[in-house]
Design a protein around this ligand. Sequence first.
Ligand code: IMP
Ligand code: MG
Length: 179
Amino acid sequence: MKNDIQSVLFSQEELEAIVKRLGAQISEDYKGKNLLLVSILKGSIVFMSDLMRSITLPCRIDFMAVSSYGSGINSSGNVKIIKDLDISLEGYDLLIVEDILDSGRTLSSLMEILSTRKPKSIEICTLFDKPERREADVYAKYIGACVPDAFIVGYGLDYDEKYRNLPYVGILKPEVYEK
Ligand code: IMP
Ligand code: MG
């Protein structure tokens, strides 16, 4: 697994610091609100599990799974709901928790779908942002870090369902997906 990584972008300690900062900011902003964290499966599960423990306010959690990627490295633009939420969004201050904002297609379709369900508010918290690759117009209020235009894996992020369990985030060697 390690041999497929070109270089480490964020160590465990760096990821911890990023998540701590986001948790503190969210805890400040959502005081007195009705916070619901929705994690987008599967890429955001590691981030979600750390982020929720760095938030000091009461909150609820739910999960949603969408498909847009398949096994390649580019988003298809067709967002399909594979697993929907268990609860209704009415009355909640919804915070979507995502691993990475790339073309933006996934989150822009998701924002459209979820805003019709009448949450009190809706914002995005993404661990990573690849602004150079943006095609759809999406605003993320909370961003962990910007990353270069390279395919990254680890800390939940996969290539072809692999590397999610790496405790750090690294750039995948291009020969792995160009094979
Ligand atoms: P978008 O629709 O192009 O913004 O794609 C977002 C989704 O693509 C993310 O939720 C990830 O699952 C996946 N993705 C985009 N870039 C990367 C990457 O560098 N590594 C791993 N997954 C990625
Ligand atoms: Mg993925």
